[in-house]
Design a protein around this ligand. Sequence first.
Ligand code: GDP
Ligand code: CA
Length: 308
Amino acid sequence: MNVAVLAGGVGGARFLRALTETADPAGVTAIVNVGDDLDIAGLHVAPDLDTVLYTLAGLSDEERGWGRAGETWNALDTLRELGGDGWFALGDRDLGLHLARTQALRVGEPLSAITARLAAAAGLELSLLPATDDRLRTWLETASGAFEFQEWFVRRRHADAVGGVRFEGADQAGPAPGVLAALDEADLIAIAPSNPYVSIWPILSVAPIRAAIENRRVPCVAVSPLIGGRAVKGPAAEMLDRLAGGTTPAHVASTYAGLIDVLVVDPADDPADAPVRTVVTPTLLDEPDARRRVAAAVLDVARGPVPA
Ligand code: GDP
Ligand code: CA
Protein backbone atom coordinates (compact mmCIF):
# COMPACT_ATOMS: atom_id res chain seq x y z
CA MET A 1 0.00 0.00 0.00
CA ASN A 2 1.24 3.51 -0.81
CA VAL A 3 0.88 6.01 2.01
CA ALA A 4 1.86 9.68 1.77
CA VAL A 5 2.38 11.25 5.20
CA LEU A 6 2.61 14.94 6.10
CA ALA A 7 4.90 15.20 9.10
CA GLY A 8 6.70 17.56 11.46
CA GLY A 9 9.46 16.52 13.86
CA VAL A 10 8.79 14.48 16.98
CA GLY A 11 5.11 13.63 16.42
CA GLY A 12 5.87 13.05 12.76
CA ALA A 13 8.79 10.77 13.50
CA ARG A 14 6.90 8.75 16.10
CA PHE A 15 4.02 8.22 13.69
CA LEU A 16 6.28 7.33 10.76
CA ARG A 17 8.00 4.80 12.96
CA ALA A 18 4.59 3.29 13.80
CA LEU A 19 3.66 3.14 10.14
CA THR A 20 6.93 1.65 8.91
CA GLU A 21 6.86 -0.98 11.67
CA THR A 22 3.42 -2.06 10.44
CA ALA A 23 3.26 -1.45 6.68
CA ASP A 24 5.93 -1.98 4.00
CA PRO A 25 8.24 1.06 4.37
CA ALA A 26 8.90 1.00 0.62
CA GLY A 27 5.33 2.27 0.11
CA VAL A 28 5.65 5.12 2.64
CA THR A 29 6.61 8.65 1.60
CA ALA A 30 7.19 11.24 4.31
CA ILE A 31 6.58 14.84 3.22
CA VAL A 32 8.28 16.83 5.94
CA ASN A 33 8.02 20.40 7.21
CA VAL A 34 10.91 22.74 6.46
CA GLY A 35 9.34 25.90 7.89
CA ASP A 36 11.52 25.51 11.03
CA ASP A 37 14.76 25.31 9.05
CA LEU A 38 17.36 27.86 10.03
CA ASP A 39 20.72 29.15 9.01
CA ILE A 40 22.89 29.27 12.09
CA ALA A 41 26.65 29.68 12.44
CA GLY A 42 26.90 29.35 8.66
CA LEU A 43 25.07 26.03 8.55
CA HIS A 44 21.71 25.00 7.15
CA VAL A 45 19.83 23.08 9.85
CA ALA A 46 16.58 21.20 9.07
CA PRO A 47 15.31 20.08 12.48
CA ASP A 48 12.18 18.21 11.39
CA LEU A 49 13.89 16.27 8.59
CA ASP A 50 16.68 15.37 11.01
CA THR A 51 14.32 14.29 13.78
CA VAL A 52 12.62 11.93 11.32
CA LEU A 53 15.97 10.70 10.01
CA TYR A 54 17.48 10.09 13.45
CA THR A 55 14.34 8.46 14.85
CA LEU A 56 13.83 6.06 11.95
CA ALA A 57 17.53 5.20 11.86
CA GLY A 58 17.47 4.41 15.59
CA LEU A 59 19.96 7.21 16.30
CA SER A 60 17.77 9.60 18.30
CA ASP A 61 18.05 10.44 21.97
CA GLU A 62 14.64 9.28 23.20
CA GLU A 63 15.13 10.65 26.69
CA ARG A 64 16.13 14.19 25.71
CA GLY A 65 13.46 14.09 23.00
CA TRP A 66 15.60 15.65 20.24
CA GLY A 67 18.97 15.20 18.63
CA ARG A 68 21.22 12.16 18.61
CA ALA A 69 21.99 9.60 21.29
CA GLY A 70 25.54 9.57 22.61
CA GLU A 71 25.92 13.21 21.64
CA THR A 72 28.77 15.44 22.83
CA TRP A 73 28.90 19.23 22.77
CA ASN A 74 32.53 20.20 22.31
CA ALA A 75 32.07 22.31 19.20
CA LEU A 76 29.14 24.17 20.78
CA ASP A 77 31.18 24.91 23.93
CA THR A 78 33.91 26.38 21.79
CA LEU A 79 31.41 28.35 19.70
CA ARG A 80 29.94 29.84 22.90
CA GLU A 81 33.36 30.61 24.38
CA LEU A 82 34.21 32.48 21.22
CA GLY A 83 31.00 34.47 21.19
CA GLY A 84 29.41 32.67 18.22
CA ASP A 85 25.74 31.85 17.62
CA GLY A 86 25.44 29.47 20.56
CA TRP A 87 21.74 29.77 21.43
CA PHE A 88 20.73 26.90 19.17
CA ALA A 89 22.16 23.66 20.52
CA LEU A 90 24.11 21.68 17.93
CA GLY A 91 25.81 18.49 19.06
CA ASP A 92 29.09 17.28 17.58
CA ARG A 93 27.56 14.30 15.76
CA ASP A 94 24.64 16.39 14.57
CA LEU A 95 27.07 19.02 13.29
CA GLY A 96 28.65 16.52 10.95
CA LEU A 97 25.33 16.10 9.16
CA HIS A 98 24.79 19.87 8.96
CA LEU A 99 28.26 20.27 7.48
CA ALA A 100 27.53 17.67 4.80
CA ARG A 101 24.14 19.22 3.98
CA THR A 102 25.44 22.78 3.91
CA GLN A 103 28.38 21.90 1.72
CA ALA A 104 26.08 20.17 -0.80
CA LEU A 105 23.59 23.07 -0.80
CA ARG A 106 26.45 25.47 -1.44
CA VAL A 107 27.43 23.68 -4.65
CA GLY A 108 23.82 23.74 -5.82
CA GLU A 109 22.42 20.34 -4.90
CA PRO A 110 18.71 20.63 -4.01
CA LEU A 111 17.65 19.85 -0.43
CA SER A 112 15.49 16.95 -1.65
CA ALA A 113 18.44 15.25 -3.36
CA ILE A 114 20.67 15.75 -0.32
CA THR A 115 17.93 14.41 1.96
CA ALA A 116 17.53 11.30 -0.21
CA ARG A 117 21.28 10.64 0.04
CA LEU A 118 21.33 11.15 3.81
CA ALA A 119 18.29 8.87 4.23
CA ALA A 120 19.87 6.14 2.10
CA ALA A 121 23.14 6.43 4.02
CA ALA A 122 21.19 6.00 7.27
CA GLY A 123 19.54 2.86 5.89
CA LEU A 124 16.01 4.27 5.71
CA GLU A 125 13.63 2.31 3.53
CA LEU A 126 10.89 4.92 3.26
CA SER A 127 11.10 7.95 0.94
CA LEU A 128 12.01 11.05 2.91
CA LEU A 129 11.14 14.32 1.15
CA PRO A 130 11.23 17.94 2.25
CA ALA A 131 7.89 19.59 1.38
CA THR A 132 9.81 22.05 -0.80
CA ASP A 133 13.34 22.75 -2.01
CA ASP A 134 12.56 26.46 -1.90
CA ARG A 135 13.05 28.77 1.03
CA LEU A 136 10.03 28.59 3.35
CA ARG A 137 10.06 30.07 6.85
CA THR A 138 7.41 29.99 9.57
CA TRP A 139 6.82 33.27 11.43
CA LEU A 140 4.83 33.67 14.63
CA GLU A 141 2.91 36.85 15.37
CA THR A 142 2.93 37.70 19.07
CA ALA A 143 2.21 40.71 21.26
CA SER A 144 6.01 41.22 21.51
CA GLY A 145 6.43 41.23 17.74
CA ALA A 146 6.92 38.71 14.93
CA PHE A 147 9.54 36.00 15.31
CA GLU A 148 10.98 33.34 13.05
CA PHE A 149 10.14 29.87 14.32
CA GLN A 150 13.37 28.94 16.12
CA GLU A 151 13.74 32.44 17.53
CA TRP A 152 10.28 32.03 19.11
CA PHE A 153 10.55 28.35 20.00
CA VAL A 154 14.12 27.94 21.19
CA ARG A 155 15.48 31.36 21.99
CA ARG A 156 12.30 32.72 23.63
CA ARG A 157 11.17 29.25 24.81
CA HIS A 158 7.75 29.65 23.10
CA ALA A 159 6.69 31.89 25.99
CA ASP A 160 4.96 34.49 23.75
CA ALA A 161 1.32 33.64 23.07
CA VAL A 162 0.76 33.23 19.34
CA GLY A 163 -1.86 35.38 17.63
CA GLY A 164 -1.15 34.12 14.12
CA VAL A 165 1.24 32.28 11.85
CA ARG A 166 2.55 33.10 8.40
CA PHE A 167 4.82 31.34 5.96
CA GLU A 168 7.46 33.48 4.32
CA GLY A 169 8.23 32.30 0.81
CA ALA A 170 5.09 30.20 0.43
CA ASP A 171 3.94 32.19 -2.64
CA GLN A 172 7.09 31.28 -4.54
CA ALA A 173 7.58 27.77 -3.12
CA GLY A 174 6.90 24.72 -5.24
CA PRO A 175 6.61 21.12 -4.07
CA ALA A 176 9.91 19.24 -3.96
CA PRO A 177 10.38 16.63 -6.71
CA GLY A 178 8.40 13.51 -5.80
CA VAL A 179 5.89 15.21 -3.51
CA LEU A 180 2.99 15.52 -5.95
CA ALA A 181 3.69 12.06 -7.40
CA ALA A 182 3.59 10.56 -3.91
CA LEU A 183 0.25 12.26 -3.20
CA ASP A 184 -1.09 11.19 -6.60
CA GLU A 185 0.00 7.56 -6.23
CA ALA A 186 -1.08 7.23 -2.60
CA ASP A 187 -3.78 4.79 -1.57
CA LEU A 188 -4.03 6.79 1.63
CA ILE A 189 -2.92 10.24 2.75
CA ALA A 190 -2.10 10.63 6.44
CA ILE A 191 -1.35 13.64 8.61
CA ALA A 192 0.93 12.74 11.52
CA PRO A 193 0.15 13.85 15.11
CA SER A 194 2.26 16.95 14.58
CA ASN A 195 1.53 20.55 15.55
CA PRO A 196 -1.08 21.68 12.99
CA TYR A 197 0.01 25.33 12.91
CA VAL A 198 3.78 25.12 12.86
CA SER A 199 4.43 21.66 11.42
CA ILE A 200 1.57 20.84 9.02
CA TRP A 201 0.32 24.27 7.86
CA PRO A 202 3.76 25.22 6.48
CA ILE A 203 3.59 22.11 4.27
CA LEU A 204 0.04 23.04 3.22
CA SER A 205 1.15 26.62 2.51
CA VAL A 206 2.76 25.26 -0.67
CA ALA A 207 -0.34 25.74 -2.83
CA PRO A 208 -0.01 22.69 -5.14
CA ILE A 209 0.36 20.42 -2.09
CA ARG A 210 -2.80 21.79 -0.53
CA ALA A 211 -4.62 21.53 -3.87
CA ALA A 212 -3.52 17.91 -4.32
CA ILE A 213 -5.00 17.05 -0.92
CA GLU A 214 -8.18 19.06 -1.50
CA ASN A 215 -8.67 17.22 -4.80
CA ARG A 216 -7.73 13.77 -3.44
CA ARG A 217 -9.52 10.66 -4.65
CA VAL A 218 -8.34 8.60 -1.65
CA PRO A 219 -9.11 9.10 2.03
CA CYS A 220 -7.06 11.46 4.18
CA VAL A 221 -6.72 10.64 7.86
CA ALA A 222 -5.13 12.74 10.59
CA VAL A 223 -3.97 11.57 14.02
CA SER A 224 -4.62 14.14 16.73
CA PRO A 225 -1.49 15.45 18.49
CA LEU A 226 -3.52 16.04 21.66
CA ILE A 227 -4.35 13.47 24.32
CA GLY A 228 -6.99 14.53 26.81
CA GLY A 229 -6.84 18.02 25.31
CA ARG A 230 -3.13 18.36 26.10
CA ALA A 231 -0.04 18.10 23.96
CA VAL A 232 2.31 15.21 24.68
CA LYS A 233 5.03 17.84 24.30
CA GLY A 234 5.26 21.39 23.02
CA PRO A 235 2.85 24.29 22.51
CA ALA A 236 0.10 22.67 20.36
CA ALA A 237 -2.63 22.86 23.05
CA GLU A 238 -1.99 26.54 23.87
CA MET A 239 -2.01 27.37 20.17
CA LEU A 240 -5.24 25.48 19.51
CA ASP A 241 -6.86 27.15 22.49
CA ARG A 242 -5.88 30.58 21.25
CA LEU A 243 -6.27 30.13 17.49
CA ALA A 244 -9.10 27.57 17.20
CA GLY A 245 -10.96 28.32 20.46
CA GLY A 246 -10.39 25.01 22.23
CA THR A 247 -8.61 21.67 22.36
CA THR A 248 -11.28 19.08 21.55
CA PRO A 249 -11.14 16.78 18.50
CA ALA A 250 -13.59 19.21 16.83
CA HIS A 251 -11.05 22.01 17.26
CA VAL A 252 -8.20 19.84 15.97
CA ALA A 253 -10.30 18.83 12.94
CA SER A 254 -11.12 22.48 12.26
CA THR A 255 -7.44 23.14 11.50
CA TYR A 256 -7.73 20.68 8.58
CA ALA A 257 -11.15 21.75 7.24
CA GLY A 258 -11.77 20.26 3.80
CA LEU A 259 -8.57 18.24 3.97
CA ILE A 260 -9.35 15.20 6.13
CA ASP A 261 -12.02 12.50 6.14
CA VAL A 262 -11.11 10.84 9.43
CA LEU A 263 -9.50 11.96 12.70
CA VAL A 264 -7.92 9.39 15.00
CA VAL A 265 -8.36 10.46 18.64
CA ASP A 266 -7.47 9.08 22.04
CA PRO A 267 -10.16 7.67 24.39
CA ALA A 268 -9.30 10.55 26.75
CA ASP A 269 -10.90 12.98 24.26
CA ASP A 270 -14.57 13.54 23.50
CA PRO A 271 -15.17 13.27 19.76
CA ALA A 272 -18.64 14.90 19.99
CA ASP A 273 -19.24 17.60 17.33
CA ALA A 274 -16.17 16.61 15.32
CA PRO A 275 -16.98 17.58 11.71
CA VAL A 276 -15.42 14.34 10.38
CA ARG A 277 -15.58 10.66 11.23
CA THR A 278 -13.48 9.83 14.30
CA VAL A 279 -11.70 6.61 15.14
CA VAL A 280 -11.00 6.18 18.84
CA THR A 281 -7.86 4.31 19.91
CA PRO A 282 -5.05 5.09 22.39
CA THR A 283 -2.70 7.41 20.50
CA LEU A 284 0.38 7.60 22.75
CA LEU A 285 3.08 6.20 20.47
CA ASP A 286 5.55 5.26 23.20
CA GLU A 287 5.72 1.49 22.79
CA PRO A 288 5.44 -1.06 19.97
CA ASP A 289 1.93 -2.35 20.73
CA ALA A 290 0.49 1.15 20.90
CA ARG A 291 2.27 2.10 17.68
CA ARG A 292 0.92 -0.99 15.94
CA ARG A 293 -2.66 -0.21 16.96
CA VAL A 294 -2.50 3.39 15.76
CA ALA A 295 -0.88 2.37 12.48
CA ALA A 296 -3.51 -0.35 11.97
CA ALA A 297 -6.32 2.13 12.69
CA VAL A 298 -4.89 4.53 10.12
CA LEU A 299 -4.27 1.88 7.46
CA ASP A 300 -7.81 0.57 7.99
CA VAL A 301 -9.14 3.89 6.72
CA ALA A 302 -7.79 3.06 3.26
CA ARG A 303 -10.21 0.16 3.15
CA GLY A 304 -13.16 2.41 4.01
CA PRO A 305 -15.39 4.43 1.69
CA VAL A 306 -13.65 6.69 -0.80
CA PRO A 307 -14.54 10.38 -0.30
CA ALA A 308 -16.92 12.00 -2.79
P1 GDP B 1 8.25 19.02 16.36
O1 GDP B 1 8.42 19.53 14.96
O2 GDP B 1 9.43 18.25 16.86
O3 GDP B 1 7.72 20.02 17.31
O4 GDP B 1 7.17 17.89 16.24
P2 GDP B 1 5.72 17.71 15.63
O5 GDP B 1 5.03 18.95 15.29
O6 GDP B 1 5.82 16.63 14.61
O7 GDP B 1 5.10 17.05 16.89
C1 GDP B 1 4.74 17.77 18.03
C2 GDP B 1 3.41 17.24 18.46
O8 GDP B 1 3.51 15.81 18.56
C3 GDP B 1 2.98 17.73 19.81
O9 GDP B 1 1.81 18.47 19.65
C4 GDP B 1 2.72 16.44 20.60
O10 GDP B 1 1.53 16.52 21.34
C5 GDP B 1 2.60 15.39 19.52
N1 GDP B 1 3.03 14.05 19.94
C6 GDP B 1 4.28 13.69 20.33
N2 GDP B 1 4.29 12.39 20.65
C7 GDP B 1 3.02 11.93 20.46
C8 GDP B 1 2.38 10.68 20.64
O11 GDP B 1 2.99 9.68 21.05
N3 GDP B 1 1.05 10.60 20.35
C9 GDP B 1 0.35 11.68 19.90
N4 GDP B 1 -0.95 11.53 19.63
N5 GDP B 1 0.92 12.88 19.73
C10 GDP B 1 2.23 13.01 20.01
CA1 CA C 1 9.38 21.24 14.03
